[in-house]
Design a protein around this ligand. Structure first.
Ligand code: GDP
Length: 460
């Protein structure tokens, strides 16, 4: 490994905390440490026992103490980044940590870019790309389930399955490419039928991963659920019920929720982004008109729409317009205010929106809310329990690579069937290997790597 710049960053979030952590990684980590750290006695630090916690001081270039700290050292190849790492834990105040960091930078380290520690871990082979992505997913996970899946991926669950398929593809590719180099050794027919079996096995593993991807992506990203309905039907009240606490402002004046309220809830492990739209109604007020247009746009892009009707009033023209718009959308119809005498012709809905689920609730009393929550979860995740499957694909990037690999494997299978020549088989085999390699980072461009790590926080 050639010498790389030594980097440093505050790894804990800004603000007050019991401790604050600063990490230094690179060949000069100890040289920097020797300049800025002193033993408790005030003497310079001369020995760096590995993985041993020691107490000391960080000092300025003029030897003035800044903070009392503990520090420990991880040797190259035995650290997170794969480089020499010195970790310093000081008191967790922003000013304090900022001063320590600036002393470290003066002593020769450079401020780390977002995700640069993990990027180095990847470049040094400590993690593959899917594992590195799992690090940021773990940090950002919003539900227990998402957190569990991210940890599984960090521990190599997805990478392991991909690696197995890569190995099998290589095992097929090597003799074919060998045969290309030595054309007199034709692959016998028997080998072709064996290869066909192998390809089918790989194909089925890739297809299995793809089958759970839509759900996995939702578990990582959150599904968007839009709450729609004309003004005053109880959208804000429902949002509050779903949130379990008062957040949106509820008012009896129609059309007041102009700016959209968006909140994330944890529906038994499924993160759901709830958006309360402005009341959908014909309006001449330009601000409100823009809001209504945006509400329709949000509905068009949503994973699911909850359309609310006021069961205590007859159907209005606005209600009907909304129903027409929703004809193709498979919304959940929510009949609200069922604590009041029902005036809405509810029998109308099954014909107007065939196939849509209907739920009666009272956003005032909470009646029907648990059943509605279960309905939302099922509409998003389906009834299968595949979110519990041990290896789940959770990123569109991985899904795309798998789709591409699957298409190429089909071409290989077809080619084997049609007695296609070895050189053409090899092209598609190699391409499917490349597609899978984009997931683990074995075959991925520098731009993609840069793009992935730029989404990380500084200090990770
Ligand atoms: P939005 O304009 O659709 O967001 O409607 P709001 O949530 O602001 O509710 C409008 C009015 O209806 C408020 O006065 C609510 O208290 C009332 N409301 C909402 N849900 C119910 C309900 O289930 N039963 C009754 N009786 N009133 C409700």
């Amino acid at each position: 490994m050639s010498e790389t710049e030594t980097i440093a960053a505050i790894s804990t979030p800004p603000g007050e905390g019991g401790i604050g952590i600063i990490r230094i990684s690179g060949d000069q980590a100890l040289a920097v440490g020797a300049k800025i750290l002193r033993q408790r006695s005030g003497n310079p630090v001369t020995t760096w026992p590995e993985r041993k916690v020691r107490l000391g001081y960080v000092v300025t270039a003029e030897d003035d103490p800044i903070d009392e700290v503990i520090y420990f050292y991880f040797k190259k190849n035995r650290s997170y980044t794969g480089e020499d790492v010195l970790e310093i834990q000081g008191h967790g105040g922003y000013q304090n940590l900022k001063r320590i960091l600036s002393t470290i930078l003066q002593a020769g380290a450079r401020a780390a870019e977002p995700g640069e520690f993990t990027q180095r871990a990847f470049l040094n082979g400590r993690l593959d790309l899917a594992q590195a992505e799992a690090v940021i997913d773990l940090i950002r996970s919003r539900t227990d389930l998402a957190q569990k899946i991210a940890l599984n991926q960090l521990r190599g669950s997805l990478s392991g399955v991909i690696k197995e398929q890569e190995d099998k593809l290589l095992a097929l590719l090597v003799p074919i490419e060998g045969a290309l180099d030595f054309p007199e050794d034709e692959i016998p027919d028997l080998e072709r039928s064996k290869a066909q079996k192998e390809i089918q096995a790989i194909r089925s593993n890739v297809a299995n991963l793809l089958a759970g991807a839509e759900r996995g992506i939702i578990l990582r990203d959150a599904a968007t659920v839009v709450i729609a309905g004309r003004p005053n039907v109880g959208k804000s009240s429902l949002l509050n019920q779903l949130l379990g606490e008062e957040r949106a402002i509820v008012t009896p004046i129609p059309g007041t929720t102009r700016d959209f309220v968006s909140e994330i809830i944890d529906l038994e492990g499924v993160p759901i982004r709830l958006i309360d739209t402005a009341g959908v109604r014909a309006s001449v007020d330009p601000v409100e008109k823009a809001g209504v247009e945006k509400a329709y746009r949000l509905m068009a892009e949503a994973d699911l729409i909850l359309v609310i009707f006021d069961a205590a009033t007859p159907l209005t023209t606005e209600d009907r317009e909304l129903i027409t718009f929703l004809a193709e959308k498979q919304p959940i119809i929510v009949l609200n205010k069922t604590d009041l005498p029902v005036k809405l012709p509810t029998a109308f809905f099954p014909t107007a929106l065939p196939g849509a689920k209907i739920r009666s609730i009272s956003a005032l009393t909470g009646e029907g809310i648990p059943a509605l929550k279960a309905e939302i979860r099922q509409a998003i995740m389906g009834t299968g329990g595949s979110e519990e499957q041990p290896v789940l694909v959770t990123r569109i990037r991985h899904q795309e690579a798998l789709k591409e690999a699957l298409g190429l494997l089909d071409l290989v299978a077809q080619g084997l069937e049609e007695q296609l020549s070895e050189d053409l088989l090899a092209v598609n085999l190699r391409a499917s290997l490349e597609a899978l390699g984009r997931i683990t980072g074995r075959s991925v461009s520098d731009e993609i790597i840069k793009e992935i790590f730029s989404q990380f926080c500084i200090g990770k």
